[in-house]
Design a protein around this ligand. Structure first.
Ligand SMILES: Cc1cc2nc3c(=O)[nH]c(=O)nc-3n(C[C@H](O)[C@H](O)[C@H](O)COP(=O)(O)O)c2cc1C
Length: 333
């Protein structure tokens, strides 16, 4: 049901909305473990664009998540994969599973996998690529990406580049022929409006949707995010286990970032998730059902955390941000 008070939010976004097939230019960021079917369906059903965060997940889980999402929503959605940190055999299984289930849109991140983008484009799929550098933006576009998500260094989770959203967004837009979505530092209508003033056609939100009922993050993680402030997040390469390189992430301070563990503790098991051990310095964040030293795990959090303070449903978060953004955009000359 179109909400006319939100017109100002969609006015600058027609090309993006046509590609995504949704009503409003607010995407769920593809958060591994956290953005599963309930959250993706809630965002899609609110009129945004749901994304399943399926990095390194087995094909069987990807299949069951896609089917469960389709039970909850008929709206368009995408699957997020990270080729660089996934071994080739698993990546092939992941992609084949998505193709088998007719997934039409993929959100990719980290190093640009030109061959994969070309393959997906040859099958008529929509490819969205999150980038943190101009060179990645150029490579993704040259390979055929339909949309770029520009991730600023304020972002939570894995952070590709070292430039703020405020600076990187206009730079990449200037050299870009496809619609651009902003990510990092955005969890309020004010920030959405600012991103749109810089030329973004939409936004991709992680932290804002992590702290909602439908997210698959552990309640402890949600509560830590809601209590946090922008200047308390930490940019570090500590949480490197399971990744192909010691990649930077943005997290909340905990015993691991305070140096209470050292490299000799590398094989220390600090908890369990779904029957599997969680090691110190693992990239795995605590999800629903996690046990053990939850606070010592990777508590991903963007600097946008200071824009949110209450645990609510994803639809409420979506509505609040969308309405506030539209109101602010409406006030512009
Ligand atoms: C808990 C969490 C997990 C994330 N996991 C992924 C991921 O698996 N794939 C991905 O492309 N981006 C991932 N990101 C980064 C997001 O795509 C996005 O860039 C970031 O959330 C934007 O900043 P914000 O959290 O302030 O909205 C993750 C972010 C968070 C907070």
């Amino acid at each position: 049901m179109p909400n006319h008070s939100l017109n100002a939010l969609t006015q600058r976004s027609a090309p993006l909305l046509k590609i995504l097939g949704c009503e409003y230019p607010i995407m769920l960021a593809g958060m591994g473990g956290v953005a599963r079917h309930k959250l993706a369906a809630a965002v899609s059903n609110a009129g945004g664009f749901g994304v399943l965060g399926m990095v390194r997940e087995p094909a069987a889980l990807i299949r069951s998540e896609i089917l469960a999402l389709r039970e909850l929503s008929q709206a368009p959605f995408a699957v997020n994969l990270i080729p660089a940190c996934t071994n080739a055999a698993l990546l092939k299984e992941q992609v084949d599973t998505c193709l088998d289930l007719d997934v039409s849109t993929f959100v990719l991140f980290w190093e640009v996998d030109t061959a994969l983008i070309r393959y997906l484009k040859s099958l008529g799929k929509t490819v969205i690529h999150q980038v943190g550098y101009q060179c990645d933006a150029d490579a993704a576009q040259a390979a055929g990406a339909d949309v770029l998500i520009v991730q600023g260094q304020e972002a939570g989770g894995h952070v590709r580049g070292q430039t703020s959203t405020l600076s990187l967004l206009p730079q990449i837009i200037q050299h870009c022929d496809v619609p651009v979505v902003a990510s990092g530092g955005i969890a309020s209508g004010q920030a959405v409006a600012a991103a749109m003033m810089l030329g973004a056609q939409g936004v991709s939100l992680g932290t804002a949707f992590l702290a909602t009922h439908e997210a698959n993050a552990h309640l402890h993680h949600k509560q830590r995010v809601l209590a946090a402030e922008a200047d308390k997040t930490i940019y570090t390469t500590l949480f490197a286990r399971n990744w192909h390189e010691a990649a930077p992430v943005r997290v909340l301070a905990n015993a691991a970032t305070r140096g209470e563990y050292d490299s000799a503790d590398r094989d220390l098991i600090i908890g369990h998730q779904d029957g599997q051990p969680v090691y110190i310095f693992s990239t795995d964040s605590p999800l629903v059902g996690a046990t053990g030293k939850l606070d010592d795990m990777a508590l991903y959090c963007g600097q946008s955390c200071s824009q949110i303070s209450t645990l609510c449903s994803a639809a409420e978060r979506f509505q609040q941000i969308a309405e506030d953004a539209a109101q602010r955009l409406n006030q512009l000359p």
